[in-house]
Write a protein that binds this ligand. Sequence first.
Ligand code: FMN
Ligand code: SF4
Length: 400
Amino acid sequence: MSAMKAIQTRANDLCFAGSPAGKGLTTALALSRADIIDTVRDSKLKGRGGAGFPTGMKWNFAAAEKREPKYIICNADEGEPGTFKDRLILTDYADLVFDGMTIGARAIGAPLGLVYLRAEYKYLQHHLEEVIKKRQASGLLGKNIGGIEGFDFDIVVGLGGGAYVCGEETALIESLEGFRGEPRNRPPFPVVSGFLNRPSIVNNVETLAWAACIFANGVEWFKQAGTENSVGHKLFSISGDCDKPGVYQFPFGVTIEELLKAVGGDNAKAVQVGGASGRCVPRAGFGRTIAFEDVPTGGSMIVIGPERDMLAVARNLLDFFVDESCGQCTPCRLGNRKLLDGVEMLMAGTCTIEYLNDLKALGNTMQVASKCGLGQTSSVAMLSILENFGDEILGREQTA
Ligand SMILES: Cc1cc2nc3c(=O)[nH]c(=O)nc-3n(C[C@H](O)[C@H](O)[C@H](O)COP(=O)(O)O)c2cc1C
Ligand code: SF4
């Protein structure tokens, strides 16, 4: 384990800064395709987009598929409220992301990579395309990359559909194909049938950058940080009621308390971990660690100061989900609306204990009955607020 060290960017001391463009790719291209996948598996790299799926396993599934062509997709939708770390990576370390995509393409045999860029990040499109042009000119993209006969690969950038759900990998693929961004039924998973119904891997921006770093610096270097089940460092987007919001790098296993100290948020009463779809951790839980096996996050940490009204926090988050539900399935389409109405009743003092219990049951049902991750997680924050701030919430006079 490395010593706990917080690194606030834009500094050049992020791990990414020690991995020059092209270095990881050159190392990877000297390996067989099977060895590339084994290296990623050995590193225990897990996806940084939120779900923490093992990257080597994902690449292996796609590599094993026979149908062609295959595709690698970089998920740069970054729509989770409070998340902005991918924007920084794309701005300062685009080459690393493209190295990671090219390594993944070599591993699974994909001739084309697609970057699905959040519509609000349109200003980054020109920058990314310039980096791509330079890579084409220097032979890092194009035909026979690295002198490997038949390894042809190129990358294009497409703009997102402007909806939160378009970050969900199957909705993203629908949107990339030119359709309305609505989640597909799974299975089949994208590794079997993704873009244009061909085997596709979808990886987060940060995951791809780490993949390149692993080849540039070695598996042992990567494994020096983190915990047994959450290896390496993680980038965090930290915002809200703290003195020094920004993008930070910490090793997995950092406690919420350590993280708050680094950003000047020591007096917080709660932290919303993982964006709108994550859980709200109260002060009593600040000793918990950020790790897939404890409190997981795709990187968003919203600090909630002592003066905040927790029902107002819940209302704000549910309002977001009511807007962003794609409407395909009933538990999410109606459930979020009902939860929001319930929070407003609580705020108005007109919610009975019986109805509050019904709301909790509804939130739990949505988690199992919704079609995609949006509806499966949209009640998490509200339920954790009800669980941890019951005194504050029920302390309001209910007149019903
Ligand atoms: C509603 C919703 C929005 C999502 N938004 C993003 C996103 O903006 N970026 C991202 O990388 N993953 C997002 N995901 C997760 C993706 O579906 C997918 O798991 C991820 O891109 C896989 O990459 P990884 O394995 O590298 O983490 C979202 C999931 C859901 C359910
Ligand atoms: S859970 Fe919500 S966002 Fe997902 S498919 Fe159902 S309605 Fe759409």
